[in-house]
Ligand binder design. Structure first.
Ligand code: CS2
Length: 455
C-alpha cells in the first residue's frame, strides 16, 4: 500500500500529521528544487504554520530536469513523511504542504501559470550551489542559466507585470554567502539580457531576502524506506529522514504576504550575515573538512569522522580558532556554544550522514566554507593550518577517481595533469584560477599546502 490521501487514516496513531484541509489551500509558494532538504526544512515549517492556522501556502514544487521526485510524490498526492532521528525514539510526521511536483522540461506552461497566479507570493529555491549557474568570476553563465530556473521565472514575472499584479519574494535557501543578494543580482543579469524592459519592475516590486537554513538531512537509502514501510504499513517513496535540530533565519524583507514561519520557530531578523557566516564557515566548513579528510582515512559517515582522534582536534581547530575568529559575530551570538552544539550534532549516530554526499560539488562549496576564512586571516598575517590541511585533502580528492562528483571534475583533473603538485595551487586559486576564490594563497600558505600535498 502506498501513502496517499485515501490511505492516511490507516497510518499508526503515533504518526503525527498536518491539521488543515489540504485541498482548500491555494498555492502560495512555488519552490524550485524539491529535494530532501526542502521537504525536511521549508516545507516542514510551512506545514506547521498551516497546521497553526495560516492559510493558502500550499507549495507547487518544481524539479528542473529529473522526474524522480515527481514520481515519488505525485502518486502520493504530494504527501510524504519526515522522520526525526537521534537522541530519542524516531518521530514521524506526515507533511501535507506540497500540492504537486512539476517537471521543468515537461510542464513549463503550468510552472509559469503558478508563478503568474495572483495567490502566489513566494518563490523559494534549493537548487544547490551550482544551480545558480555562476561563472568562475561570479557573473551569470547564460548558457547554464538557460537550463536552470531563470527562463520560467522571468516569464512568470513578465506575466505578473503585464497583469498588474504584485511582485514576488524570491527566497534563496541555499548555502551561499549573501544568498538573497546573489540571487537578486543574477536574476537582474538574466533580465537585463533577455527582458530588459522588466528590470525596473523587478527592482521595484520584487524582494530577495537573505536566509540561513540549517538542518542535516542525509539522502534516504532504500533500506531506510523499507524499514519505514514495515513500521507504517504503507510505502512512502518520498520519505525524508533528518536530525531533530532545525534553524531558519530570514531577512525580514518581503515583497508581499508571507507565511507565518516565525510563529513556528523561524527567526525574522534585519541582518542574516553573522548567522549565515557562522553556519557556512563552522558547520559547512567542518562538514567539508570531515568529508575529504575522513574519506582519506577510510570513514564512511560523519559520526565516524568526528569520533576519530586524529581528526577531531583538527575539526575543532577549524571551527573554533579559524572559522569562528574570521568574522564579527552578532551581539549575543555565542560561537563557542555553537561549536559545542555542532560537535554534538555531528556525533549523532542515528543519522548515517555519508561523507561522500558532502564531498560532492566541492568546487562550488569551498569558496564560502573555507576560502573566505582563509582570506580574513591572511589579511591579519595568520596561517590557518586546519583549514589548509582540509584544502590539501580536497586538492588530492579532485585529482581524479570514481569518488569525484563535481561540475568542474574534468577541468580540475586536467589542471592536475598539466601542472602537477608544483603548480597546482596557483592553477586552482589564481589569480585567475579555476575556482571562484575570494582568496589567493600567500607564499607561506602555498608552501604549506605544497608540503601537505607531497605528504
Ligand atoms: C552539507 C550540507 O552536503 C553538504 O554539503 O554540508 O548539506 C549540510 O548538511 C546542511 O547545510 C546542514 O544545514
Amino acid at each position: 500500500m502506498r501513502l496517499a490521501s485515501e490511505t492516511l487514516g490507516r497510518l499508526p496513531p503515533d504518526v503525527a500529521r498536518f491539521e488543515y484541509e489540504r485541498d482548500a489551500q491555494a498555492v502560495g509558494i512555488v519552490h524550485f528544487g524539491l529535494g530532501a532538504f526542502h521537504r525536511a526544512h521549508q516545507a516542514w515549517y510551512t506545514d506547521l504554520a498551516m497546521s497553526g492556522g495560516e492559510r493558502d501556502w500550499a507549495i507547487a514544487g518544481v524539479s528542473l530536469r529529473s522526474a524522480a521526485v515527481a514520481e515519488q510524490l505525485n502518486p502520493q498526492d504530494g504527501l510524504y513523511t519526515l522522520t526525526e532521528r537521534g537522541g530519542h525514539a524516531e518521530a514521524t510526521r506526515v507533511i501535507g504542504a506540497v500540492r504537486e511536483v512539476l517537471v521543468g522540461n515537461r510542464e513549463g506552461v503550468e510552472i509559469v501559470e503558478h508563478l503568474a497566479a495572483p495567490e502566489c507570493h513566494v518563490v523559494s529555491f534549493t537548487v544547490t550551489e551550482k544551480g545558480y549557474a555562476r561563472a568562475p568570476d561570479g557573473s551569470l553563465d547564460f548558457a547554464l542559466a538557460e537550463t536552470s530556473f531563470y527562463p520560467p521565472l522571468a516569464e512568470g514575472l513578465a506575466r505578473r507585470r503585464d497583469a498588474g499584479l504584485q511582485g514576488l519574494t524570491l527566497l534563496s535557501c541555499d548555502n551561499l554567502t549573501d544568498n538573497g543578494r546573489q540571487l537578486e543580482r543574477l536574476v537582474r543579469e538574466w533580465l537585463a539580457f533577455r527582458a530588459p524592459d522588466l528590470v525596473e519592475w523587478f527592482e521595484n516590486e520584487c524582494r530577495c531576502p537573505n536566509s540561513m537554513v540549517d538542518r542535516i538531512v542525509p539522502a534516504a537509502t532504500s533500506a531506510d524506506i523499507d524499514v519505514l514501510e514495515a513500521r507504517l504499513g504503507q510505502r512512502d517513496e518520498g520519505a525524508v529522514f533528518a536530525e531533530p535540530f532545525s534553524q531558519w533565519v530570514i531577512e525580514d524583507c518581503f515583497a508581499g504576504p508571507r507565511p507565518g514561519w516565525d510563529k513556528v520557530g523561524a527567526e525574522l531578523v534585519t541582518d542574516v550575515a553573522p548567522y549565515e557566516t557562522a553556519k557556512l564557515r563552522m558547520l559547512n566548513g567542518a562538514h567539508s573538512a570531515m568529508a575529504y579528510l575522513g574519506l582519506e582515512r577510510g570513514h564512511e559517515y560523519v559520526d565516524q569522522a568526528i569520533a576519530d582522534p586524529a581528526l577531531r582536534p583538527l575539526i575543532e581547530q577549524l571551527m573554533r580558532r579559524e572559522a569562528a575568529t574570521s568574522f564579527v559575530p552578532a551581539v549575543g551570538q555565542d560561537l563557542d556554544s555553537y561549536a559545542d552544539a555542532l560537535l554534538g550534532r555531528f556525533a549523532n549516530p542515528a543519522l548515517k550522514h555519508r561523507l561522500a554526499q558532502i564531498a560532492m560539488d566541492g568546487s562550488q562549496k569551498i569558496p564560502q566554507r573555507w576560502l573566505a576564512s582563509l582570506a580574513a586571516h591572511q589579511a591579519r598575517g595568520e596561517l590557518c593550518e586546519a583549514t589548509l590541511a582540509a584544502l590539501a585533502a580536497w586538492l588530492r580528492h579532485v585529482r581524479g577517481g570514481p569518488l569525484v562528483d563535481d561540475p568542474l571534475a574534468a577541468e580540475l583533473a586536467g589542471a592536475w595533469r598539466e601542472n602537477g603538485a608544483d603548480e597546482i595551487v596557483p592553477a586552482f586559486f589564481g589569480p585567475p584560477g579555476l575556482i571562484a576564490s575570494p582568496w589567493q594563497p600567500s607564499a607561506e600558505e602555498r608552501a604549506y599546502l605544497e608540503r601537505q600535498l607531497r605528504g
